[in-house]
Design a protein around this ligand. Structure first.
Ligand SMILES: [Zn+2]
Length: 291
């Protein structure tokens, strides 16, 4: 599942490619990929004529500001991906939504159309991904309701060890499970939760509210480090993640524990273990991370 670094990689790619392109049509191949409006014809009709102005990220959500004051929201969930491709690229069996775009070149006060027809394509094998159109008259949170309860961004200056301590003190669940809760910190998923716990030498099963302040400070620092490293490497290669040009990231090659079951710990040489916690595979070092 794409997490903060993967979604951030996609956001950067979208900002490098789509700005100044205008939506002139499209095709919805899977109606339930569109979360709002309910009718996919209305979704396409609403978007025609709008130009991409800027893509932002909130947690694992991508949100585009469009020229008419409306917005386009995307959540990739398990297997979704956005691809920027030529319009004649063959449609794949997992292609769910296509947005046809044309480039508006503003020269000497006149608009001139670029000859190469492109599209922004949404592929999604497992079909949990969602796309929203947010009318100019509505707040983004009222349409994309999942945004309402999101915790702070890990790179927000308000995300401090004290803030994390306050959030963790409310739960006796295992720290690994709590880190996956988007109300605690936005954007962390299974990979970066395991990596952050390894870097802070915390056992994934330790109850969240039993962490002392030194551990919380270490965890706070580790979350920022793991996510920054992930962004620097363009996200992870495994699963279906790719950037908008279809290029895979390479974070996983240097992962500390994630998907390294049975391999030696990069610090102490002990074997990396895997357990199930809250239904999710959890990887950790039996020596570096003690209960
Ligand atoms: Zn170790």
């Amino acid at each position: 599942m794409p997490e903060l670094p993967e979604v951030e990689t996609v956001r950067v790619g979208l900002n490098q490619n789509t700005l100044g392109w205008q939506i002139e049509g499209g095709e919805v191949l899977l109606a339930r990929a569109i979360a709002y409006p309910e009718q996919s014809e209305n979704f396409l009709a609403a978007l025609i004529g709008a130009e991409f102005q800027e893509w932002q990220r909130r947690g694992k959500y991508l949100i585009a500001n469009l020229s008419d004051g409306s917005k386009l929201g995307v959540h990739l969930r398990m297997t979704g991906s956005l691809l920027w491709c030529d319009r004649n690229t063959p449609v794949g069996k997992h292609t769910r939504v296509r947005l046809f775009v044309k480039e508006i070149l503003k020269e000497k006060g006149k608009s001139k159309q670029n000859a190469v027809p492109k599209e922004l394509r949404f592929d999604d094998q497992r079909t949990f991904g969602k796309i929203w159109w947010v009318p100019p008259s509505q707040t983004t949170e009222s349409i994309i309701t999942g945004l309402q309860k999101l915790g702070l961004e890990p790179f927000d200056s308000q995300f401090t060890p004290e803030h994390l301590q306050q959030k963790l003190s409310r739960s006796g669940r295992p720290i690994k499970t709590v880190l996956l809760d988007q109300e605690i910190v936005a954007g962390i998923g299974n990979i970066y939760a395991d990596e952050s716990l390894y870097l802070s030498k915390i056992h994934p099963q330790q109850p969240a509210n039993s962490l002392n302040f030194a551990q919380i400070k270490a965890l706070h620092q580790a979350i920022i480090r793991a996510l920054s490293d992930g962004i620097a490497k363009g996200g992870t290669t495994f699963s279906s993640f790719q950037d908008i040009a279809g290029v895979k990231g390479n974070y996983i090659d240097t992962a500390w524990v994630f998907r390294r079951t049975g391999q030696p710990c990069r610090a102490c040489g002990s074997v990396i273990l895997r357990i199930k916690l809250g239904g999710r595979s959890t990887h950790f070092c039996s020596q570096c991370q003690k209960l």
